[in-house]
Design a protein around this ligand. Sequence first.
Ligand SMILES: [Mg+2]
Length: 346
Amino acid sequence: MEVSLEEMNLELKVPFTIARGTTEVSHNLLCTVRADGIEGYGESAPSSFYGEDQQSVKSVLEEIIEQLPDDLLPVHHIISEFLFEYPQARAAICALDVSLYDLLGKRLNAPLYRIFALDPSHTPLTSFTIGISAPDDMVKYAKEAAKTYPILKIKLGTKKILGEDYDIEVIERIRKETEVTLRVDANCAWQLDEAAEKIPILLGYDVEFFEQPFPPENLDDFRFLKERCPDALIFADESCVVPKDIPDIAPFVDGINIKLAKCGGITEAIRMIHTARSHNLLVMLGCMVESSCLITAAAQISPLADYADLDGNLLCRNDPFKGVTVEDGKLILPERPGLGILRVTR
Ligand SMILES: [Mg+2]
Protein backbone atom coordinates (compact mmCIF):
# COMPACT_ATOMS: atom_id res chain seq x y z
CA MET A 1 0.00 0.00 0.00
CA GLU A 2 1.29 3.39 -0.98
CA VAL A 3 -0.21 6.89 -0.72
CA SER A 4 0.90 9.91 -2.71
CA LEU A 5 -0.16 13.56 -2.50
CA GLU A 6 -0.09 16.02 -5.39
CA GLU A 7 -0.94 19.69 -5.54
CA MET A 8 -3.94 20.25 -7.79
CA ASN A 9 -4.38 23.94 -8.60
CA LEU A 10 -7.75 24.47 -10.25
CA GLU A 11 -8.03 27.59 -12.39
CA LEU A 12 -11.45 29.24 -12.58
CA LYS A 13 -12.86 30.01 -16.02
CA VAL A 14 -13.91 33.39 -14.61
CA PRO A 15 -12.85 34.71 -11.19
CA PHE A 16 -15.41 33.45 -8.65
CA THR A 17 -16.58 36.01 -6.10
CA ILE A 18 -18.77 35.58 -3.04
CA ALA A 19 -19.48 38.09 -0.24
CA ARG A 20 -16.14 37.12 1.42
CA GLY A 21 -13.86 37.57 -1.57
CA THR A 22 -12.63 36.31 -4.92
CA THR A 23 -11.00 33.02 -6.00
CA GLU A 24 -9.01 32.80 -9.23
CA VAL A 25 -7.18 29.56 -8.47
CA SER A 26 -8.32 26.97 -5.93
CA HIS A 27 -5.33 25.28 -4.32
CA ASN A 28 -6.57 21.73 -3.83
CA LEU A 29 -4.72 18.50 -3.13
CA LEU A 30 -5.07 15.10 -4.80
CA CYS A 31 -4.58 11.97 -2.69
CA THR A 32 -3.88 8.69 -4.51
CA VAL A 33 -3.91 5.38 -2.61
CA ARG A 34 -2.38 2.39 -4.42
CA ALA A 35 -2.94 -1.19 -3.30
CA ASP A 36 -2.92 -4.49 -5.22
CA GLY A 37 -2.30 -2.62 -8.49
CA ILE A 38 -5.45 -0.48 -8.01
CA GLU A 39 -5.52 3.30 -7.53
CA GLY A 40 -8.09 5.17 -5.44
CA TYR A 41 -8.43 8.93 -5.84
CA GLY A 42 -9.51 11.50 -3.28
CA GLU A 43 -9.40 15.28 -3.15
CA SER A 44 -9.05 17.98 -0.59
CA ALA A 45 -10.56 21.42 -1.22
CA PRO A 46 -9.31 23.42 1.77
CA SER A 47 -11.04 26.65 2.75
CA SER A 48 -9.34 29.47 4.66
CA PHE A 49 -12.74 30.16 6.29
CA TYR A 50 -12.32 26.84 8.13
CA GLY A 51 -8.61 27.43 8.82
CA GLU A 52 -7.10 25.09 6.24
CA ASP A 53 -4.91 25.58 3.17
CA GLN A 54 -3.01 23.38 0.73
CA GLN A 55 0.11 23.23 2.93
CA SER A 56 -1.70 22.51 6.20
CA VAL A 57 -3.73 19.81 4.50
CA LYS A 58 -0.60 18.25 3.04
CA SER A 59 1.31 18.15 6.30
CA VAL A 60 -1.54 16.72 8.37
CA LEU A 61 -2.20 14.08 5.69
CA GLU A 62 1.47 13.06 5.72
CA GLU A 63 1.13 12.49 9.45
CA ILE A 64 -2.14 10.58 9.10
CA ILE A 65 -0.89 8.36 6.27
CA GLU A 66 1.82 6.99 8.59
CA GLN A 67 -0.93 5.61 10.84
CA LEU A 68 -3.00 3.85 8.15
CA PRO A 69 -3.67 0.14 8.77
CA ASP A 70 -2.45 -2.21 6.01
CA ASP A 71 -5.86 -3.59 4.98
CA LEU A 72 -7.45 -0.07 4.79
CA LEU A 73 -10.72 -1.46 6.20
CA PRO A 74 -13.32 -0.67 7.39
CA VAL A 75 -13.19 2.77 5.82
CA HIS A 76 -15.79 4.46 8.04
CA HIS A 77 -14.02 3.20 11.15
CA ILE A 78 -10.57 4.40 10.03
CA ILE A 79 -11.98 7.79 9.05
CA SER A 80 -14.02 8.22 12.25
CA GLU A 81 -10.89 7.66 14.35
CA PHE A 82 -8.92 10.26 12.38
CA LEU A 83 -11.81 12.76 12.62
CA PHE A 84 -11.79 12.25 16.39
CA GLU A 85 -8.03 12.68 16.61
CA TYR A 86 -7.75 15.57 14.12
CA PRO A 87 -11.07 17.44 14.43
CA GLN A 88 -9.67 20.56 12.72
CA ALA A 89 -8.36 18.70 9.65
CA ARG A 90 -11.62 17.90 7.90
CA ALA A 91 -10.64 18.97 4.38
CA ALA A 92 -7.50 16.83 4.72
CA ILE A 93 -9.35 13.77 6.00
CA CYS A 94 -11.90 14.20 3.20
CA ALA A 95 -9.19 13.44 0.61
CA LEU A 96 -8.24 10.21 2.40
CA ASP A 97 -11.87 9.16 2.96
CA VAL A 98 -12.78 9.59 -0.70
CA SER A 99 -9.64 7.80 -1.95
CA LEU A 100 -10.33 4.83 0.35
CA TYR A 101 -13.93 4.59 -0.88
CA ASP A 102 -12.78 4.82 -4.51
CA LEU A 103 -10.30 2.00 -3.85
CA LEU A 104 -12.96 -0.08 -2.07
CA GLY A 105 -15.39 0.31 -4.96
CA LYS A 106 -12.75 -0.69 -7.47
CA ARG A 107 -11.76 -3.73 -5.37
CA LEU A 108 -15.42 -4.81 -5.26
CA ASN A 109 -15.94 -3.80 -8.90
CA ALA A 110 -19.00 -1.74 -7.94
CA PRO A 111 -19.87 1.95 -8.22
CA LEU A 112 -20.18 3.66 -4.85
CA TYR A 113 -23.91 4.27 -5.26
CA ARG A 114 -24.37 0.52 -5.33
CA ILE A 115 -22.15 0.00 -2.27
CA PHE A 116 -24.41 2.46 -0.42
CA ALA A 117 -27.54 0.75 -1.87
CA LEU A 118 -28.71 3.90 -3.68
CA ASP A 119 -30.72 4.26 -6.85
CA PRO A 120 -28.63 6.22 -9.40
CA SER A 121 -31.81 7.52 -11.07
CA HIS A 122 -32.68 9.33 -7.81
CA THR A 123 -29.96 11.99 -8.06
CA PRO A 124 -31.32 15.52 -7.63
CA LEU A 125 -30.92 18.33 -10.14
CA THR A 126 -27.89 20.50 -9.48
CA SER A 127 -27.96 24.26 -9.40
CA PHE A 128 -25.39 26.36 -11.24
CA THR A 129 -23.85 29.21 -9.28
CA ILE A 130 -23.62 32.84 -10.36
CA GLY A 131 -20.92 34.66 -8.37
CA ILE A 132 -20.93 38.34 -7.51
CA SER A 133 -19.83 40.75 -10.24
CA ALA A 134 -21.14 44.01 -11.70
CA PRO A 135 -24.97 43.76 -11.84
CA ASP A 136 -24.99 43.87 -15.66
CA ASP A 137 -22.58 40.92 -15.74
CA MET A 138 -24.52 38.91 -13.15
CA VAL A 139 -27.68 39.32 -15.23
CA LYS A 140 -25.79 38.41 -18.42
CA TYR A 141 -24.17 35.30 -16.85
CA ALA A 142 -27.49 34.21 -15.34
CA LYS A 143 -29.32 34.62 -18.63
CA GLU A 144 -26.66 32.55 -20.39
CA ALA A 145 -26.55 29.82 -17.69
CA ALA A 146 -30.36 29.55 -17.65
CA LYS A 147 -30.18 28.13 -21.18
CA THR A 148 -28.38 25.05 -19.79
CA TYR A 149 -29.31 24.81 -16.11
CA PRO A 150 -32.86 24.76 -14.72
CA ILE A 151 -31.73 26.01 -11.28
CA LEU A 152 -29.45 28.97 -10.56
CA LYS A 153 -27.90 29.83 -7.21
CA ILE A 154 -27.24 33.54 -7.06
CA LYS A 155 -24.57 34.81 -4.67
CA LEU A 156 -25.71 37.95 -2.84
CA GLY A 157 -24.17 40.29 -0.28
CA THR A 158 -23.18 42.50 -3.22
CA LYS A 159 -22.55 45.52 -0.96
CA LYS A 160 -19.52 43.81 0.64
CA ILE A 161 -17.86 43.52 -2.76
CA LEU A 162 -19.31 46.31 -4.89
CA GLY A 163 -19.68 48.98 -2.18
CA GLU A 164 -23.31 49.48 -3.10
CA ASP A 165 -26.22 47.15 -2.47
CA TYR A 166 -27.54 45.57 -5.68
CA ASP A 167 -29.08 42.45 -4.08
CA ILE A 168 -32.70 43.22 -4.93
CA GLU A 169 -31.96 44.80 -8.30
CA VAL A 170 -29.95 41.78 -9.47
CA ILE A 171 -32.69 39.27 -8.62
CA GLU A 172 -35.40 41.50 -10.07
CA ARG A 173 -33.48 41.82 -13.35
CA ILE A 174 -32.58 38.11 -13.53
CA ARG A 175 -36.22 37.20 -12.92
CA LYS A 176 -37.23 39.41 -15.86
CA GLU A 177 -34.89 37.39 -18.10
CA THR A 178 -35.70 33.82 -17.03
CA GLU A 179 -38.25 31.58 -15.35
CA VAL A 180 -35.74 29.04 -14.00
CA THR A 181 -35.65 28.22 -10.28
CA LEU A 182 -33.64 30.81 -8.34
CA ARG A 183 -31.89 30.22 -5.02
CA VAL A 184 -29.96 32.82 -3.05
CA ASP A 185 -26.79 32.48 -0.94
CA ALA A 186 -25.69 35.51 1.10
CA ASN A 187 -22.62 33.76 2.60
CA CYS A 188 -23.10 35.40 6.05
CA ALA A 189 -23.27 38.95 4.58
CA TRP A 190 -26.63 40.14 5.89
CA GLN A 191 -27.84 41.72 9.15
CA LEU A 192 -31.14 40.68 10.72
CA ASP A 193 -33.18 43.77 9.73
CA GLU A 194 -31.69 43.70 6.26
CA ALA A 195 -32.62 40.04 5.75
CA ALA A 196 -36.13 40.55 7.15
CA GLU A 197 -36.60 43.41 4.69
CA LYS A 198 -35.06 41.74 1.62
CA ILE A 199 -36.47 38.23 1.92
CA PRO A 200 -40.19 39.13 1.47
CA ILE A 201 -39.26 41.21 -1.60
CA LEU A 202 -37.17 38.36 -3.03
CA LEU A 203 -39.99 35.89 -2.36
CA GLY A 204 -42.02 38.10 -4.67
CA TYR A 205 -39.52 37.17 -7.40
CA ASP A 206 -40.11 33.53 -6.58
CA VAL A 207 -36.79 32.75 -4.88
CA GLU A 208 -36.97 29.13 -3.70
CA PHE A 209 -34.72 29.40 -0.64
CA PHE A 210 -32.15 31.50 1.16
CA GLU A 211 -28.81 30.16 2.26
CA GLN A 212 -26.76 31.37 5.25
CA PRO A 213 -27.96 34.98 5.63
CA PHE A 214 -25.93 35.51 8.84
CA PRO A 215 -22.53 34.62 10.31
CA PRO A 216 -22.62 31.34 12.27
CA GLU A 217 -22.03 33.12 15.60
CA ASN A 218 -25.30 35.08 15.22
CA LEU A 219 -27.53 32.12 16.08
CA ASP A 220 -30.23 34.40 17.53
CA ASP A 221 -30.59 36.16 14.18
CA PHE A 222 -31.65 32.85 12.65
CA ARG A 223 -34.24 32.47 15.41
CA PHE A 224 -35.67 35.99 14.90
CA LEU A 225 -35.63 35.63 11.11
CA LYS A 226 -37.77 32.50 11.37
CA GLU A 227 -40.31 34.54 13.39
CA ARG A 228 -40.24 37.51 11.01
CA CYS A 229 -40.22 35.56 7.72
CA PRO A 230 -42.10 32.34 8.52
CA ASP A 231 -42.81 31.64 4.83
CA ALA A 232 -39.18 31.64 3.68
CA LEU A 233 -37.12 28.45 3.44
CA ILE A 234 -33.78 29.08 5.15
CA PHE A 235 -30.71 26.86 4.73
CA ALA A 236 -27.61 26.81 6.93
CA ASP A 237 -24.17 26.30 5.39
CA GLU A 238 -21.35 28.01 7.32
CA SER A 239 -23.40 27.45 10.54
CA CYS A 240 -23.37 23.73 10.01
CA VAL A 241 -19.96 22.11 9.57
CA VAL A 242 -20.17 18.85 11.50
CA PRO A 243 -23.00 16.64 12.84
CA LYS A 244 -22.91 18.17 16.32
CA ASP A 245 -23.68 21.64 14.86
CA ILE A 246 -27.08 20.42 13.69
CA PRO A 247 -29.17 20.32 16.91
CA ASP A 248 -28.45 23.98 17.79
CA ILE A 249 -29.43 25.42 14.41
CA ALA A 250 -32.18 22.90 13.53
CA PRO A 251 -35.11 24.76 15.17
CA PHE A 252 -34.41 27.93 13.14
CA VAL A 253 -33.71 26.61 9.63
CA ASP A 254 -35.41 24.35 7.13
CA GLY A 255 -32.37 22.63 5.73
CA ILE A 256 -28.59 22.37 5.72
CA ASN A 257 -25.91 22.41 3.05
CA ILE A 258 -23.50 19.48 3.52
CA LYS A 259 -20.13 19.52 1.74
CA LEU A 260 -17.60 16.69 1.74
CA ALA A 261 -14.66 19.10 2.05
CA LYS A 262 -16.32 20.90 4.97
CA CYS A 263 -17.32 17.89 7.08
CA GLY A 264 -14.51 15.42 6.27
CA GLY A 265 -15.70 13.19 3.43
CA ILE A 266 -18.33 10.59 2.60
CA THR A 267 -18.33 8.90 6.02
CA GLU A 268 -19.11 12.12 7.87
CA ALA A 269 -21.47 13.46 5.18
CA ILE A 270 -23.68 10.37 5.54
CA ARG A 271 -23.63 10.83 9.32
CA MET A 272 -24.71 14.45 8.84
CA ILE A 273 -27.51 13.44 6.49
CA HIS A 274 -28.89 11.01 9.10
CA THR A 275 -28.55 13.62 11.86
CA ALA A 276 -30.31 16.21 9.69
CA ARG A 277 -33.15 13.79 8.91
CA SER A 278 -33.60 13.02 12.60
CA HIS A 279 -34.14 16.77 13.08
CA ASN A 280 -36.62 16.86 10.20
CA LEU A 281 -34.36 19.01 8.02
CA LEU A 282 -34.03 19.18 4.26
CA VAL A 283 -30.63 18.20 2.89
CA MET A 284 -28.59 19.86 0.17
CA LEU A 285 -25.25 18.49 -1.00
CA GLY A 286 -22.94 21.35 -1.92
CA CYS A 287 -19.31 21.88 -2.84
CA MET A 288 -16.28 24.16 -2.87
CA VAL A 289 -14.31 24.81 -6.06
CA GLU A 290 -13.49 21.16 -6.74
CA SER A 291 -12.50 18.89 -9.61
CA SER A 292 -14.75 16.11 -10.91
CA CYS A 293 -13.06 13.85 -8.33
CA LEU A 294 -14.76 15.37 -5.28
CA ILE A 295 -17.88 16.46 -7.16
CA THR A 296 -18.45 12.89 -8.36
CA ALA A 297 -17.90 11.59 -4.82
CA ALA A 298 -20.70 13.85 -3.56
CA ALA A 299 -22.87 12.95 -6.55
CA GLN A 300 -22.53 9.23 -5.69
CA ILE A 301 -24.40 9.79 -2.40
CA SER A 302 -26.69 12.52 -3.78
CA PRO A 303 -29.72 10.16 -4.03
CA LEU A 304 -29.81 10.67 -0.22
CA ALA A 305 -30.27 14.44 -0.65
CA ASP A 306 -33.21 16.67 -1.61
CA TYR A 307 -31.12 19.29 -3.40
CA ALA A 308 -27.70 19.51 -5.00
CA ASP A 309 -25.32 22.34 -5.68
CA LEU A 310 -22.54 20.31 -7.29
CA ASP A 311 -21.12 22.63 -9.92
CA GLY A 312 -17.58 23.37 -8.64
CA ASN A 313 -16.03 21.32 -11.46
CA LEU A 314 -18.05 23.19 -14.09
CA LEU A 315 -16.39 26.44 -13.02
CA CYS A 316 -12.84 25.10 -13.58
CA ARG A 317 -10.72 25.46 -16.70
CA ASN A 318 -8.35 22.58 -15.95
CA ASP A 319 -10.38 19.80 -14.33
CA PRO A 320 -8.04 16.76 -14.49
CA PHE A 321 -10.90 14.25 -14.18
CA LYS A 322 -14.05 13.16 -15.96
CA GLY A 323 -16.84 11.73 -13.83
CA VAL A 324 -20.42 12.76 -13.13
CA THR A 325 -22.05 14.66 -15.98
CA VAL A 326 -25.03 17.02 -16.01
CA GLU A 327 -27.94 16.76 -18.43
CA ASP A 328 -30.60 19.46 -18.12
CA GLY A 329 -29.42 19.91 -14.55
CA LYS A 330 -29.74 16.21 -13.68
CA LEU A 331 -26.64 14.57 -12.19
CA ILE A 332 -25.78 11.49 -14.27
CA LEU A 333 -23.59 9.04 -12.38
CA PRO A 334 -20.89 7.06 -14.20
CA GLU A 335 -21.30 3.28 -14.11
CA ARG A 336 -17.62 2.54 -13.60
CA PRO A 337 -16.52 1.08 -10.22
CA GLY A 338 -15.65 3.26 -7.21
CA LEU A 339 -16.12 6.97 -7.87
CA GLY A 340 -16.23 6.14 -11.56
CA ILE A 341 -13.81 8.91 -12.49
CA LEU A 342 -11.15 8.86 -15.21
CA ARG A 343 -8.00 10.94 -15.08
CA VAL A 344 -7.73 12.92 -18.29
CA THR A 345 -4.57 14.97 -17.64
CA ARG A 346 -1.44 14.55 -15.54
MG1 LIG B 1 -23.21 28.41 0.76
